[in-house]
Design a binder for this molecule. Structure first.
Ligand code: SAM
Length: 268
């Protein structure tokens, strides 16, 4: 998987995703001295907000994408209780270091949730808490149906198949069911488990902003299969045309389903 994010554009357009992350942060009564991990910190907008919630604590952001990390370091240049590390969540080796692990809009990019929760449990202090939001079952279902329709059209399908006609396209996301996450958390050893789904419509307002948003975030995995700028533009334009022409309910909206995950490490 190519983690080649356009960090600067993401920073401009990610308000809606960040606002949902802020709702998750508001669920905790902060003491102000917690040591926090922001797993998949991106451009660090929420890492910065977190640093203000824990003025006597510390926030460590980790992200796999070099462009995101570079942007995050600039954003946090004047903050004295934050640090960002470039690295894969699946490779992290923290042991009993954090009071809180926060993660917003990241876990659906990782398929091995068993490993993630094992690593999170290991990284937390006793009684530490996870505060997570990610895509849940059914996330973007209507939107992905349209994107797949264009992907499978005669104009584009060759780019998503290998020469033997076998499909090479694989969805890079995992949108789990609430029940599956609850079982996994219990089996991993978490307690005080609270998991719930929410339908969240992101209204991007107009065609231009919708187009930039899907190009930067949701369509990234599709566009990696298209070799040049002209093809990528043509793919995005075809989606816009399809929605404008015949799908009024998706003008200019994305049908997000979010999974909110709260749990604690046992106190012994
Ligand atoms: C949609 S962005 C969310 C960024 C930020 N949390 C926010 O709320 O704006 C997803 C981020 O997850 C990061 N990511 C995905 N898989 C990762 C992994 N295995 N390890 C670390 N970071 C990862 C990406 O590089 C990207 O910065």
């Amino acid at each position: 998987m190519n983690y080649n994010w356009d960090a600067s554009t993401y920073d401009h357009i990610s308000d809606v995703i960040e606002s949902w992350g802020l709702e998750i942060l508001a669920q905790r009564r902060w003491k102000g001295d917690e040591i926090v991990l922001d797993a998949g910190c991106g451009v660090a907008t929420l890492t910065k907000k977190l640093s203000k919630l824990v003025p006597h604590g510390r926030v460590i952001g980790i992200d796999i994408d070099p462009a995101m990390i570079k942007f995050a370091r600039t954003k946090l240049a004047n903050s004295n209780n934050t640090q960002v590390i470039r690295g894969d969540i699946l490779e992290m080796r923290f042991h009993s270091e954090f009071d809180v692990i926060f993660s917003n809009a990241v876990l659906h990019w990782i398929s091995d949730h068993k490993k993630v929760f094992d690593l999170f449990l290991h990284a937390l202090k006793a009684d530490g808490q996870i505060l997570i939001q990610c895509g849940g079952y059914g996330n973007l279902a209507k939107s992905l149906e349209i994107f797949d329709r264009i992907k499978n059209s005669s104009q584009f399908r060759n780019y998503f198949e290998d020469q033997n006609g076998e499909r090479v396209w694989t969805k890079p996301w995992y949108f789990p069911r609430k029940e599956d996450v609850e079982i996994l958390l219990r089996d991993t050893g978490f307690t005080h488990i609270h998991v719930f789904m929410e339908n969240k419509i992101a209204n991007l307002g107009n065609k231009k902003d919708y187009s930039l948003y899907i190009r930067t975030i949701v369509l990234r995995p599709y566009l990696e299969y298209l070799q040049n700028e002209q093809l990528k533009k043509s793919f995005v334009d075809s989606i816009i045309y399809e929605i404008d022409d015949s799908i009024p309910e998706l003008r200019w909206k994305l049908d997000y389903v979010r999974l909110n995950i709260f749990a604690n490490k046992k106190n012994n």
